[in-house]
Design a protein around this ligand. Structure first.
Ligand code: NAD
Length: 247
């Protein structure tokens, strides 16, 4: 797909990986819908930065885990931009507890609801619009944890593995509408999500990365651009993890 002049919704894009994707797609000439949960000011700043690329950029508050809010957001985007061609399901949270012995049931449910149901909600609301367009690109941000378990708990791993299963299933279902669905499985990427972890945990994570450094949000954004431009890839999961492995 040619990115220039397309409309892209990036969930959770007021900071981190989502912000890098939004700005990169703006640089490629896409008009940008920036979804955020709480921080309006940060989201507005991303919009201002995106507009420097002479594209349209607007912010939309919505909790991706709340379907009525998502439906309303999608409707507003269609009113503002006319349509949606690209959906990046990026919004996500990491848990506070990592061991099955400590994880409260409520935390399990919250992680699954935001990370997995959130991506389902946005996809469900956006797909009818893409079907009308007879084209669409959906990219789901999974994680190395979804393939290998990782270090951030079974609920996080399950939510990210669920994203991968959903990607495979939707890729098959939506092929006939010229909609591709792919996932990206990043290893540790230098964002606030990682920066806020205790030093010990950060060291442990880094010790698993043969390249010896965290990835950059811009490196994930580059992968997004590749997946949008290459029409022949669907139902794929691209690892971007510096050679991360289990010991
Ligand atoms: P981040 O915490 O900086 O950004 C996540 C964004 O999602 C935030 O802006 C947050 O407000 C938003 N968000 C959270 N809950 C939301 C909700 N209910 N509705 C709408 N927005 C919501 O984290 P990040 O590192 O940029 O992570 C982005 C994505 O990449 C996440 O899905 C994360 O799981 C995934 N990921 C991150 C890493 C990493 O090392 N940073 C590695 C693998 C995968």
């Amino acid at each position: 797909m040619e990115i220039k002049n397309k409309v892209a919704l990036i969930t959770g894009s007021s900071r981190g990986i989502g912000k890098a994707i939004a700005l990169r797609l703006a640089k490629e000439g896409a008009n940008i819908a920036i979804n955020y949960l709480k921080n309006k000011e940060q989201a507005e700043n991303v919009a201002k930065e995106a507009e420097k690329h002479r594209v349209k950029a607007k912010t939309y508050q919505a909790d991706v885990s709340n379907y009525p809010e998502v439906k309303e957001m999608i409707q507003k985007i269609v009113n503002d931009f006319g349509t949606i061609h690209i959906l990046i399901n990026n919004a996500g949270i990491i848990p506070q507890h990592f061991s099955i012995l400590d994880i409260p049931v409520e935390e399990w449910e919250k992680i699954l609801t935001v990370n997995l149901t959130g991506a389902f909600n946005c996809t469900k609301a956006a797909v009818p619009i893409m079907i009308k367009n007879e084209e669409g690109k959906i990219i789901n941000i999974s994680s190395v944890a979804g393939k290998m378990g990782g270090t951030v708990g079974p609920h996080y791993a399950a939510s990210k593995a669920g994203i991968i299963g959903m990607t495979f299933s939707l890729a098959q279902e939506l092929l006939k509408y010229n909609i591709t669905v792919n996932a990206i499985a990043p290893g540790p990427i230098e964002t606030e999500m990682i920066k806020n972890l205790p030093e010990e945990r950060k060291k442990k994570i880094l010790s698993r990365v043969p390249m010896g450094r965290f990835g950059k949000p811009e490196e994930v954004a580059e992968t997004v651009v590749f997946l949008i431009k290459c029409d022949y890839i669907t139902g794929e999961v691209i690892d971007i993890n510096g050679g991360y492995y289990m010991d």
